[in-house]
Design a protein around this ligand. Sequence first.
Ligand SMILES: NC(=O)c1ccc[n+]([C@@H]2O[C@H](COP(=O)([O-])OP(=O)(O)OC[C@H]3O[C@@H](n4cnc5c(N)ncnc54)[C@H](OP(=O)(O)O)[C@@H]3O)[C@@H](O)[C@H]2O)c1
Length: 340
Amino acid sequence: MGYNVVVVGATGNVGREMLNILAEREFPIDKIAVLASRRSLGTEVSFGDRTLKTEDLDQFDFTGWDMALFAVGSEATRDYAPKAAKAGCVVIDNSSLYRYDSEVPLIVPEVNPQAVHGYARKNIIANPNCSTAQMVVALKPLHDRARIKRVVVSTYQSVSGAGKEGIDELWDQTKSIYNPTDDKPPKKFQKQIAFNVIPHIDVFMEDGSTKEEWKMVVETKKIIDPAIKLTATCVRVPVFVGHAEAINIEFEEFLDEDEARDILRESPGLMVIDKREDGGYVTPVECVGDFATFISRIRQDSTIDNGLNLWCVSDNLRKGAALNAVQIAELLGREVLKKG
Ligand SMILES: NC(=O)c1ccc[n+]([C@@H]2O[C@H](COP(=O)([O-])OP(=O)(O)OC[C@H]3O[C@@H](n4cnc5c(N)ncnc54)[C@H](OP(=O)(O)O)[C@@H]3O)[C@@H](O)[C@H]2O)c1
């Protein structure tokens, strides 16, 4: 016996990837429905070797469905997630709407799987921001060994993190640079993204940081440990898929780079590729379509007592969103619903 599963936002970047991953990981499904806005009614999406037709989220009755994997943005989530949850269907949400709600668990299954039992308070589980998800998979095993005091992270985030429109803008603008009569001014991004980098993701906060940076701080505290201090600079780069992060970590205790490498090698969800030679590290284009978060460039930071630097790369549509959501669904099935 399997689950009745709804994928909400099935025509989007994350929704399509959720369908791919549910099929790849052979998630036990009895019945599946794919939803999007009325605009997409009847649009065909692939699920393994099947083709499914999208239905209208607004008209859908969630009664009798076990779980709904939402990837529609905060506004539509606000309107429809409570309806699904009230109908008894557990919502696993990719938007930021519920992440900071104390009654909603925020889960990365390799890091805080025990939090799943808190789902019942609202019948909703939140998925973290893409840049947080890959980072906490790397930080947790190091924190368990040497207690992290402070993290300084700079991100290099791909345009797919900004949805379908982000991908289209990089593609169209890149072509237009070679054809000056076809001007493509910035629309989705604040400045030109083709052949450029933009130190601005999401809105500005009062203290001068951006909301993307704030999310990394608050989510790391909620998922791993409120005592961890973190400061982030989030940057959009002209890469289609795959987020990279340069992470500097200060620990309470000394942690040797070789021991850190061994710990990371043994930790779930991680793949260490760290050779000190040309090409002995992973870049975003190499991680696309992969489940793992890749760690490279592990080295001591000799400017502080207990410091380490590393480079962390992952497919933002997978670990940063769709894979993590499907892993939560697997966890919920294994620990709570116990059907499959
Ligand atoms: N991309 C990432 O790396 C990433 C990472 C973590 C979290 N997320 C989050 O995941 C969510 C989806 O992101 P995405 O990148 O997949 O966006 P996207 O490619 O723009 O897709 C958005 C999806 O939401 C649907 N939708 C939007 N408004 C709707 C409404 N009112 N009713 C029904 N369906 C509606 C769209 O349907 P139509 O096609 O019919 O418009 C489409 O299927 C967002 O909350 C985003 O913040 C994304």
